[in-house]
Each structure stands twice: as structure tokens, then as C-alpha cells.
Design a protein around this ligand. Sequence first.
Ligand code: NI
Length: 159
Amino acid sequence: MALRNIVTEGDPILRKRSREIDEITPRIVKLLDDMAETMYYDNRGIGIAAVQVGVLRRAFIVDIGDEHGRINFINPEITYREGEQTCSEGCLSVPGKSAEVLRPEKIHIKALDINGNPFEMDAEGLLADCICHEYDHLDGILFVDKAIPGTIEAVNAEK
Ligand code: NI
């Protein structure tokens, strides 16, 4: 595995739509492993999308520190959204900022895992928030785009 550079706000690649992954090659597996290493490094994040390391592919990883551990999502599709929650968010690609964002309280998502096997899961609370945040990255959307007006704040970049 290897650390990859994080693309930050202002780079136009973050605004592009990521493309579906046709085949899970060793290169894609390495991409996901590198993304995980980059996310875990210095405990910086709980989620990361491929575009954040400059690769426009529909894949992301989340690990909110719960019993699921690291979850890999390839070609994901959120098929159900219910309710609403106010979430305090940050992003590795938007260092030094946090904001509050309205997200669904519960979701259902389908995706492929790192072996190419389809899976589906329900998520709620922080996990639903994190998945929705990463899912938005696949379509070029950043959390600051959805921030509740007046809630964007400067934060310690280490947070
Ligand atoms: Ni992000």
C-alpha cells in the first residue's frame, strides 16, 4: 500500500462525475487499499472517495469505527432515503472547514464489494451521513455546497 496525495477544494477534478468501474482489477484493489491507508494515516478521516486521490472512479471507503470496520463501496447506488438529521461534517479535501448539513437519517445502499460481489445494507445516523457525503463526491458535490447557511466554520486542520 502507499499513501496518495489528497486533492483539495479548488481542483476542478473534484467537480467532475466519477465513472463506473467495469472490472475490479488488481489496480482497482490497490487503489482502494491506498485510499484506506491515506484515510487512516494520522486518523484523518472516516471516509474517502477515489476522486479525492485524483481517480474519477465510482468507489469510496468508509470506516466510522463501528463494528463494520472498513467498508468498500464500488459502483454504489443509494436506493432509499428516510427522515432527516443535521450532521456536522468536514472533508479531507476541504481542510480547515466544518459545516452543518442536512442528511437522511436512514438509507439503503447497493454496491459491489472489493471482490466484485454485490451487497446491500441499511445505514443510519453517522454511517448514513458518512455514506451520503462520500456518495456526493462521486457526482462532484462537496459538503460545503449543501451547508446550512451560516454554519461554515474554520476548524483546526487536524480535527
Ligand atoms: Ni469528503
